[in-house]
Design a protein around this ligand. Structure first.
Ligand code: AMP
Length: 554
């Protein structure tokens, strides 16, 4: 199916936008057998689903006419879970239906309801809104449902997750029998199936979620990081990849506020998106990202839903998502509209198993590795600085600049250092605005052994027959070396889990303990650095520490 069979004004809009070929979900909903039928479509954001239902509605909106009739009572209603998504849908349908003379009105929570009522009273072809606000307008008689020929539920699963079932049912009860109902949903859990059964007639099921289609342009990485170094890893990733726009996900509003504050302090231009912002603040944040005033958006899951920023090149999951669907939704903010994107899952090494399960359940292929080191960032900086300086030097210089350059070269202070000194000064100026990279402890890229459940002192770590590497620390019975304090301290200090610590001998003035062979190098490196109030406690290996041995098989 191509765009050629569509009404001329729609074709003109698509051509104007540079969209030559339909995406798979667009092709699917435009097949002849879908005409006039209810549809239940699995499609993710980024798949082109908005244009897909926009095009699918053309027969209901335009019939055989060359243009839309004058705007009166709305012909189609689109319900979306969040304000952002609703406004994005409105923007997308606005250009699609502009040549056909379309008038689209939005009704969303957080916006002025009186202005919306006024817009509705002037007539509309399509109304787009969030569930609560649409129900309000229906109940108050501002929104006349009598002429509706089609209803679209966009991100239906998300609307149920957000607790909008009652609003959706109230809306669906109001619209005339015989209308077309299109449901779009990333997943089809039981609640969605029930909604479809109750409110659709003989719906055609369309699957357009093939991993290749929606995630083909996303490179997934999973990086093992010490739990207290997540933020440093975020800093180095942002610096290394240097995307035009990056989105960093946290689990809570408090974490968003904290991370945004810390990133800003380091010199990143950031905005935050979380539920506590007013609509105006959210719009401003998104606008700052679009026009380049901000480059990093720190967000919670709900706040970032449906956001479409084509320049977004990097997604960082600073806190692991709670389920595979969230992992996919978050990752889907990048790699949009045919562009490439990178999605990085930061996995605290103590939760590696959880991370592995998450990646497997999301059916994505991720490359595992360590977080980028400060050295890697500096090396990339060097390349970029050279490129930047060469590009500057290639430009035709302005006369004023040449005059200053001549004065500089003639100055005895500069003449002594020569061109190298001048070039180094230029590099310093170019480097100045870049946030400093962070030193990060090396984490061995090894799976931990399956946890032995015995008490730590009962067996050697990493396998009963296999000896661990012994370390010594200068706190003994005379200090506070009791097991209650010891184990958590060692895990914290050495970035290991309890299972990776083996036998412990508390002596009078020192404590000796064993670390699983595969974790010994990591432990030694982390323990050497020491942080916080216990940093003065010295920990040294009692035998040579070799590279990570093979993980024991059980
Ligand atoms: P959506 O899945 O609706 O969020 O759309 C994702 C992005 O793809 C939006 O920026 C659309 O404008 C864009 N898009 C939609 N249809 C096409 C197409 N046929 N070709 C290229 N890009 C498209």
């Amino acid at each position: 199916m191509s765009f050629q069979d569509l009404p001329a004004p729609l074709q003109a809009a698509l051509t104007g936008r540079g969209y030559a070929e339909p995406t798979p979900v667009q092709s699917a909903v435009l097949q002849p057998e879908t005409a006039g039928r209810d549809l239940l479509v699995s499609a993710q954001t980024g798949s082109g689903k908005t244009v897909a239902y926009g095009l699918a509605l053309a027969p209901e909106l335009m019939g055989d006419a060359p243009r839309l009739p004058p705007a009166a009572a709305p012909l189609a209603l689109i319900v979306a879970p969040t304000r952002e998504l609703a406004l994005q849908v409105k923007a997308e349908l606005a250009w699609l239906y502009a040549p056909a003379g379309g008038r689209i009105v939005s009704c969303v929570g957080g916006m002025d309801p009186v202005a919306e009522r006024r817009m509705l009273s002037h007539g509309a072809h399509i109304v787009v809104g969030t569930p609560g606000r649409l129900r309000d307008h229906l109940e108050r008689g501002n929104l006349d449902p009598s002429a509706l020929r089609a209803v679209v539920l966009d991100e239906a699963d998300e609307m149920l997750d957000l607790g909008f079932q009652e609003e959706l049912e109230a809306i669906l009860e109001e619209v005339p029998e015989g209308r077309r109902t299109l449901m779009f949903s990333a997943t089809v859990p039981r609640g969605i199936a029930a909604l479809a059964k109750g409110y659709q007639r003989d719906a055609l099921r369309i699957e357009a979620t093939s991993a290749d289609v929606s995630h083909g342009d996303i490179e997934h990485r999973a990086l093992l990081v010490a739990p207290h170094e997540l933020e440093r890893a975020v800093v180095n990733l942002l610096r290394l990849e240097d995307p035009r726009i990056a989105m960093v996900f946290c689990a809570t509003r408090a974490a968003v506020a904290r991370l945004q504050g810390n990133l800003s302090e380091r010199g990143f231009s950031t905005v935050a998106l979380s539920g506590e912002l007013s609509q105006a603040e959210r719009n401003r944040a998104l606008q700052n990202l679009r026009d380049g005033r901000a480059r990093v958006c720190v967000a919670t899951d709900v706040a970032a839903r449906g956001i479409d920023l084509p320049d977004l090149g990097l997604v960082i999951h600073a806190e692991m998502p709670r389920d595979p669907e969230t992992l996919l939704h978050r990752s889907g903010r990048t790699g949009r509209a045919g562009r490439k994107g990178i999605s990085v899952l930061l996995v605290p090494h103590t939760r590696r198993r959880v991370g592995e399960r998450l990646v497997a359940a999301a059916k994505i292929k991720a490359t595992w590795g360590p977080a980028p080191s400060a050295e890697a960032v500096r090396a990339r900086d060097a390349e970029r600085l050279v490129e930047q300086a060469l590009a500057l030097a290639a430009e035709e210089p302005a006369d004023d600049d040449v005059a200053v350059a001549r004065r500089l070269l003639a100055d005895p202070a500069i003449a002594g250092r020569g061109v190298e000194g001048l070039a180094a000064a230029l590099v310093r100026v170019l480097r100045a605005p870049l946030p400093a990279p962070e030193e990060i402890a090396e984490i061995a890229d090894r799976a931990p052994p399956r946890a032995p459940r015995e008490a730590p002192s009962a067996a050697a770590p990493g396998g009963a027959d296999e000896g661990g590497v012994w370390f010594r620390m200068d706190v003994g019975r005379d200090g506070r070396a009791d097991p209650k304090w010891l184990l958590p301290f060692l895990c914290r200090r050495g970035h290991v889990t309890r299972q990776e610590i083996g036998r412990i001998r508390v002596l009078a003035r020192e404590t000796q303990f064993e670390v699983a062979p595969y974790a010994a190098q990591r432990f030694a490196a982390a323990a050497r650095r020491g942080e916080g109030e216990d940093a003065h406690i010295r920990i040294i290996p009692m035998q040579p520490v070799k590279g990570p041995a093979r993980r024991p098989r059980r």
